[in-house]
Write a protein that binds this ligand. Structure first.
Ligand code: GAR
Length: 192
């Protein structure tokens, strides 16, 4: 069985899109894969209740309880390892991971970022895309390497930036595409 662990920090809509695709497309039968756990670094993440509503096991590893990034990452790694995952999926997980953590999971760690990487890595992506005068924005699914938001690209979706867009309207347009490309990119990894 290929176990999938999903890491979240917030609303968890990408996590839900992946879990729903797994059910709808019978990843269990087709790929021998299943989402086994959703782990949040924030106890207040609304995605935790969403995951529970989808019948998924949830866990919190609260980063504020650790004195260093290394100590938090070690606890997070232990929580993940308990599930022996084939894939570790970052879905709106808003912590920078240490090089040691990335090395440990490198060949099975994926992320989604709400821009057309390599453009606009990091925070405030949507406002920076609008301010740049770009006509297009989008989302990128990529493998995670030690360089933030710079791993090999697995899939991308493009959306227009429309006159009058705010960061919020653009984010919503991008997010609806994220929900399509993230499950698709994971399915194609599971196929291999
Ligand atoms: C998504 O737009 C995701 O791409 C972004 O956070 C949002 C999470 O939404 N991730 C990053 O910015 C990572 N650098 P969700 O919790 O509803 O999936």
């Amino acid at each position: 069985m290929k176990n999938i662990v999903i890491l979240i920090s917030g609303s968890g809509s990408n996590m839900a899109a992946i879990a729903q695709a797994a059910q709808r497309d019978r990843w269990h039968e087709v790929f021998g894969a299943r989402v086994v756990a959703v782990i949040s670094n924030r106890p207040a993440a609304t995605g935790l209740a969403l995951a529970q509503g989808l019948g998924l096991a949830t866990q919190v590893v609260d980063h504020t309880h650790f004195e260093s990034r290394e100590a938090f990452d070690a606890a997070l790694a232990a929580a993940i390892d308990a599930h022996a995952p084939a894939l570790v999926v970052l879905a709106g997980f808003m912590r920078i991971l240490t090089p040691g953590f990335v090395r440990r999971f490198e060949d099975r760690l994926v992320n989604i970022h709400p821009s057309l990487l390599p453009a606009f890595p990091g925070l405030n992506t949507h406002q920076r895309a609008i301010d740049s005068g770009s006509r297009f924005a989008g989302a990128t699914v990529h493998r995670v390497t030690a360089a933030l938001d710079h791993g090999p690209i697995l899939d991308q979706a493009v959306v227009p930036i429309l006159p009058g867009d705010s960061a919020a309207t653009l984010a919503a347009r991008v997010l609806s595409q994220e929900h399509l490309i993230y499950p698709r990119a994971i399915a194609s990894l599971l196929k291999k």
